[in-house]
Write a protein that binds this ligand. Sequence first.
Ligand SMILES: C[S@@+](CC[C@H](N)C(=O)[O-])C[C@H]1O[C@@H](n2cnc3c(N)ncnc32)[C@H](O)[C@@H]1O
Length: 250
Amino acid sequence: MRIDILTLFPDVFGGFFAHSIVGRAVAKGVVDIRLHNVRTFTHDKHHVVDDYPYGGGAGMVLKPEPVFEAVEFVKQDAVLPSVHTVLLSPQGRLLNQSVVRELSGYEQLVLICGHYEGIDERVAMYLANDEVSIGDYVLSGGEVAAMVVVDCVVRLLPGVVGSEVSLVEESYNDGFLEYPQYTRPAVYRGLEVPSILLSGDHKQVARWRRQQSLMRTAKRRSDLMAKAVLSDEDKKLLSDALQNQVTEGI
Ligand SMILES: C[S@@+](CC[C@H](N)C(=O)[O-])C[C@H]1O[C@@H](n2cnc3c(N)ncnc32)[C@H](O)[C@@H]1O
């Protein structure tokens, strides 16, 4: 996959793409991430990228010309057939794991980071194919949002995360939150790891984990639970948990 990020502040991405899972994916050549400074697509002496909003009001608006030209530039040398241009915006569709899966299916993503009061609306209307928000709050720029998108998309690319099983079992993959995780030591400051996890009984461990996952989701995320499709076994696990007042780790 290739990801082109259009930003006024390429330096803020700093070491983010050099470390951890994204860094490994870059090093392995699974993803090619390119940063482009939108300011270099201006033609005036002072490289002006913003202007006052038509109709008045506070703040400045990112001009359309450098953004259109930057997108045209990154598409020009792209040999990849599926290019998806995403404007990071608090007004976009909310990023969730299903949107992440969808984005990870493209061969090239172009991420446009806004700043100031936002970007001239013609970018959203005629240039971007998609608008994505990372949450119902307003950031001062799209850079952090772009990092979020890159991180969660890249870890889904084949060969990036060590074990594909960890992707299958994690939160949101099947509509539920993941079960709680523990590691050594078995007792820390008197706090014990649930004994079932030390039993070596794989079937019981799987049953416990599923039950925890269901209980957690029911307790913490009623919105996910309302959409969830529960098997008969899931319903039984939930009702058993409620009867036995299973609260550990929830
Ligand atoms: C200060 S915000 C502009 C907010 C705009 N005036 C509004 O009310 O919708 C500047 C830029 O930050 C980015 N941004 C802010 N919040 C975001 C969010 N929740 N998700 C994705 N990008 C966001 C966008 O690229 C946006 O153009």
